[in-house]
Design a protein around this ligand. Sequence first.
Ligand SMILES: COc1ccc(Cl)c(-c2nnc3c(C)nc4ccc(C(=O)NCC(C)C)cc4n23)c1
Ligand SMILES: [Mg+2]
Ligand SMILES: [Zn+2]
Length: 343
Amino acid sequence: EVHQLVTLIGNDLVPKPHERFHPSFETFRGVPRGIPDRDTPLAVVTMFEDLGFIHRWRISRTTLARFTLMVRKGYRDPPYHNWTHAFAVAHYSYLLIKNLHLDREGYLTDNEALSLFVACLCHDLDHRGTTNTFQVNSKSILASLYSSEGSVMERHHIAQAMAILNTEGCNIFENLECHEYSKILENIGHIILATDLSHHFKILPSLGRMVKSFNKKDPAHHSLLMCLLVTSCDLSDQTKDWRATKQVAELIYKEFFSQGDLEKAMGINPDKMMDREKAFIPELQVQFIEGVVRPVFVLLAELFPGSEGTQQSLQAVTDILLFWQKFREIYLTKYGTHHGCSL
Ligand SMILES: COc1ccc(Cl)c(-c2nnc3c(C)nc4ccc(C(=O)NCC(C)C)cc4n23)c1
Ligand SMILES: [Mg+2]
Ligand SMILES: [Zn+2]
């Protein structure tokens, strides 16, 4: 398949995204989950090209093809935390970099922009469809490796990304100068660690201050910005149309309930959110979107008030919240209770 992909992109045949894929591919309304899986490696290469990364970082096309296919292969197939999710997350970072001109406008350095995109592609590598808490409670191998530092899964995702870069013929950063090379690996590590929601909650007060007075010269602001951006990318499924977000919610709860079943079998009492007997999904979704998702896109819209894309994303999340509130209300009035609510 490397040969196939290389031939496609080999002699500058990389098509313009909107021609090859869909006119909406380059817009915030674009639904990356609509791209067929077989076309996603080419779409990734197209985004590298369209962001100017191939030229700027002298990335060899064959190396990029091998790297992209290795990353896709590095994902397992749980209902939600699979390659389709990683591709959707990376696509949103492509939209942010491209439409907000994050590198050109000095919000991010060139290095940080490339780090963000690559980190998004790799941010859930080898995910097993279970949470950090589950790793610790089940005394998994990954917990034995990383539980002393926390963010168990995220540290594993980083390790997997480094292993791919260290694989013969897959190091897309091979032509970077020394200091750029070490910077990019450091940035990718920080960004993947920032996808742990507990990290996001910790820095939330600082994010609020940062968006009020962003200082393009302050490296600490750049770090906080990368954390906000990657979390918005990780949650970007919630900025699409209702059908798409409802399908995503179904996948997430399929994964959560499987973990809950596993925990019950192990004699562990699962969270309500993981327990298919107790979870009331509309309520859980109202809480998560109101409490976690919408505040992220409010911050993004505050930081980029002139961008139509970030306003659109905030509006979409607001609409999704309204849908779930309506859904909850109808269900409760109709059935008087939430027992046995399946989507
Ligand atoms: C950014 O990192 C992650 C990691 C894993 C997941 Cl699944 C998500 C994620 N992406 N979309 C969703 C949706 C639609 N609903 C969710 C409902 C609950 C939770 C959750 O983890 N709740 C516990 C916590 C708040 C203490 C996550 C949800 N989620 C994001
Ligand atoms: Mg993750
Ligand atoms: Zn993710």
